[in-house]
Design a protein around this ligand. Structure first.
Ligand code: SF4
Ligand code: SF4
Length: 383
């Protein structure tokens, strides 16, 4: 393992960290095995965006066995558990109780970085940063419960604003070579329209490049989510570069961006963590991604589900990310394997329960046509 300074916070974090989404719906033993494996391999940095109580409890139970100074937690505020589902909230009473739940369930006295969660729109940014939510985060910092303030976003324009505040020390941003082709915009959805990709890849978008450099200059650390673009970069057919990348190449790409301190991949098994750990033993030839990027096509990944869960909560309590993942696995294989059908059948709510309210589509940062996806999935699985 190698370690880097988390920008001006001075905290030493592992170059490879762990995102929490892979721990959702896992047993305590499965969580313990994954965390023990990661920690034995030197991982000390953990992002906790989820409000799922089981994930918070299971991860907290494993981490708390370590001396507190041995692990770094990037804990999200504004992530709320509502009616058995994750939800983002900007209501102060919910923000407070959601964060208090995180501390209680993870048995933590403090988080190293308190992340203001999922700020993609400019108006939402001003609402969160210039209002009572930021005041609450400041009070947590004064009392030592939040050691440093952070913010998570998919939008480079938000990064540009947040980096200049002087108060936000860490920004969690979706980074990978596919996203770096995209120009920033106040509206997140147009970034993912096919038109965006009808251009020859010619390196990183200038605005993206500028924010990396600006953050580096200011000492604002970037931490990375979605380094594999939801698995898209592993598939030569889906990748805008027309060739599959390895996890190690994707991680290398992210860590090569200025200001990036750590890649927090959402790993769901010991095998996936092990695959990412290959970054540290790979040869320079194995890590070389330049040749792959040079072969970029104009193909689009518009509408691909990243399984990020930002579309929750569903009006019909459908676990949209999971349903989409099952659906995509079927489409990739060309038939419905019995095991997948069984997993799907065991879900409490199915794609056919969709009432087409459209609320999820408004929340999806990747412009996934979720209603159409639900119809397609209902046909694939018969419900
Ligand atoms: S539909 Fe959109 S928001 Fe929901 S999991 Fe997929 S990419 Fe994320
Ligand atoms: S459109 Fe369907 S999947 Fe989306 S929130 Fe409404 S019911 Fe759920």
């Amino acid at each position: 393992m190698k370690y880097r300074k988390l920008g001006r916070t001075g905290i030493s974090v592992s170059e490879l960290g762990i995102g929490c989404e892979g721990f959702i719906s896992k047993t305590p033993e499965e969580c313990r095995q994954m965390l023990n494996y990661a920690i034995e391999n030197g991982v000390n940095f953990f992002d906790m965006y989820t409000s799922a109580p089981d994930a918070r409890e299971n991860i907290g139970a494993a981490l708390i066995e370590l001396p507190r100074e041995k692990f770094i937690v990037q804990g999200h505020l504004c992530s709320f558990w509502r009616d058995g589902q994750y939800d983002r909230s900007r209501k102060l009473d919910e923000v407070k109780s959601g964060f208090e739940d995180l501390l209680r369930l993870m048995k933590l006295d403090y988080v190293d970085v308190g992340m203001i969660h999922f700020v993609d729109e400019i108006t939402d940014y001003h609402n969160a940063i210039e209002g009572e939510i930021m005041d609450y985060v400041r009070s947590l910092k004064t009392s030592g419960i939040v050691r440093h303030i952070g913010l998570s976003t998919h939008n480079p324009d938000i990064v540009a604003l947040a980096a200049e505040t002087g108060e936000i020390d860490v920004i969690l941003l979706s980074v990978n070579p596919a996203y770096d082709m995209l120009p920033p915009s106040e509206e997140i959805n147009p970034l993912f329209e096919a038109e965006t990709f009808k251009r020859v890849y010619c390196g990183i978008d200038p605005k993206r490049e500028a924010i990396y450099k600006r953050c580096e200059a200011l000492g604002v650390a970037l931490t990375v989510m979605k380094p594999f673009a939801g698995g898209l970069l592993f598939d030569e057919k889906q990748s805008p570069f027309g060739r599959a990348m390895t996890a190690a190449q994707c991680i290398a790409y992210c860590l090569d961006r200025p200001a990036v301190a750590s890649v927090l991949a959402g790993m769901a098994s010991v095998e996936q963590i092990s695959d990412c750990m290959k970054y540290f033993s790979a040869t320079p030839e194995e890590l070389d991604y330049g040749e792959i990027l040079a072969g970029a096509t104009t193909s689009s990944f518009d509408g691909h589900c990243m399984y990020c869960g930002h579309c929750a909560p569903c009006s019909s309590k459908i676990e949209i990310a999971k349903v989409n993942k099952y659906s995509d696995l079927v489409l990739a294989q060309g038939f419905v394997p019995e095991t997948l059908q069984n997993h799907y059948d065991l879900l409490e709510f199915h794609a056919s329960d969709c009432i087409e309210c459209g609320k999820c589509e408004a929340r999806c940062p990747f412009a996934v046509k979720i209603i159409n996806k639900m119809k397609q999935t209902a046909q694939l699985f018969g419900k």
